[in-house]
Design a protein around this ligand. Structure first.
Ligand code: GDP
Length: 404
């Protein structure tokens, strides 16, 4: 929270990795309970959703001023949430001040953490305490959990701006007759996943409570939709980016798509509400405009659907499975190097050999005679050749270089 309460800032979300633990950080902006004059209700609403989503709340208070009645009101309100909560007393940059911290016990929030954000004092201790119960990020364990003995288990996130039809699409996906719907309570209180079993594949749609919550979408700002999307992308193997056909690709669609790409997830663009489109010349032109607006997603298949009429649903399932398999593909070093013999690099980069380091996304390690990344155009060229030869539709691929 800043010095001026109630001011919306642009940067409200950050990603943090601390000692092998990954988490997101949301800054709610200043909150003063019951003060409509100072705080626009929109900010309070945003703060409320942020608090609901959070697994730990940091209540930051200015250590150089007296405790106000607003601080007490907010303490009371936060306690009712029943979530792990730390009172952070900021601007404590001298020993003298540390004594003052004791006054803050009266808020009833337990041991206060004394910090100076400006001078970076007490931050490590705070982070260490807060992240203590957080799970360590373990890619291998995650993978083992994904592919159970019964077959493939694919985690799917449905992401997109408010009102593009995510909740209607979810209904169409889990409501089709061959589906078995089984809500699985997730780790956080709020998250509910729903699964569809089809043959040897389980499609698990993550955090469907977030999509289904009544009235949420109309209240929710685009900014928050972006935050939710970001969180859900991380929980998934495949992201369905839903776009409203009648609106085309807009800025927030691109932002959300960018996150999915950066996180290395497989992405499928679902152009929903296609039933609204009357001129049928559209599909090819629309696909082109999607590719144009979302250039970095050139690998993502585009599916036209009507969640309302159930059109395109079958195709979405088969495409999810195909893209997941592509993202999980392993190419042997032998195959890769036979392939490399057929590739002619221009410029003066010498490539000795190539090997696949990991999957989801497919990540290749290229051994060259130079330090540093490949030149952009060389990397692009190699990616395209890899796609042509091995077919990685739907998934980003990553190329890393190593000097031999
Ligand atoms: P969400 O906010 O992304 O979850 O969007 P909703 O699923 O709540 O849908 C927003 C509005 O779009 C609702 O009025 C839906 O009935 C409507 N809608 C959703 N899918 C379609 C579709 O395929 N065709 C049409 N014509 N309308 C749709």
């Amino acid at each position: 929270m800043g010095d001026e309460p109630g001011i919306t800032r642009d940067r409200i979300y950050g990603d943090v990795e601390y000692r092998g633990k990954r988490f997101g950080l949301i800054d709610t902006g200043g909150i003063i309970p019951n003060d409509d004059a100072l705080i626009p209700t929109e900010i309070l609403k945003q703060a409320k959703i942020a608090l609901e989503m959070a697994s730990h709340i940091l209540f930051v208070i200015d250590g150089r001023t007296e405790i106000t009645s607003a601080d007490r009101d907010l303490s009371k309100l936060l306690r009712t949430l029943g979530k792990p909560l730390t009172l952070v007393v900021n601007k404590i940059d001298a020993k003298v001040r540390e004594n003052l911290v004791h006054e803050f016990y009266s808020l009833g929030l337990g041991d206060p953490a004394a910090v100076s954000a400006e001078h970076k004092l007490g931050i490590d201790e705070l982070l260490s305490d807060v992240t203590e119960p957080f799970p360590k990020y373990d890619a291998e364990a995650e993978q083992a959990e994904e592919d159970g003995p019964q077959g493939k288990r694919i985690k799917v996130a449905i992401i997109g701006r408010p009102n593009v039809g995510k909740s209607t699409l979810l209904n169409a996906l889990v409501g089709s007759e061959r589906s078995i719907v089984s809500p699985v309570a997730g780790t956080t209180r709020d998250a509910v996943d729903e699964s569809v079993v089809d043959g040897d594949t389980t499609y698990r749609f993550v955090d469907t409570a977030g999509i289904r919550r009544k009235g949420k979408t109309t209240e929710m700002t685009e900014k928050l939709a972006v935050i939710m999307a970001r969180r859900n992308i991380r929980m998934a193997n495949v992201a369905l980016l839903v776009i409203d056909a009648s609106e085309g690709v807009v800025g927030a669609d691109a932002t959300i798509a960018g996150y999915a790409h950066e996180e290395g997830r497989a992405v499928i663009v679902v152009v929903n509400k296609w039933d609204k489109m009357t001129d049928e010349k559209g599909k090819r032109a629309f696909t082109e405009s999607v590719k144009d607006e979302l250039k970095f997603l050139d690998y993502a298949p585009v599916i036209f659907a009507s969640a309302k009429n159930g059109e395109g649903i079958r195709k979405i399932f088969t495409t999810i499975r195909r893209c997941y398999d592509n993202a999980s593909k392993r190419v042997t070093t032998g195959e890769l190097n036979r392939f490399m013999e057929t590739v002619e690099f221009d410029g003066d980069t010498k490539v000795y050999y190539i090997t696949q380091a990991s999957m989801r996304p497919p990540t290749f390690l290229v051994f060259t005679d130079k330090a540093g990344q490949l030149h952009f155009s060389t990397e692009r060229f190699l990616m395209n050749r890899l796609r042509e030869r091995f077919g990685f539709e739907g998934t980003p691929i990553v190329i890393k270089t190593k000097r031999r």
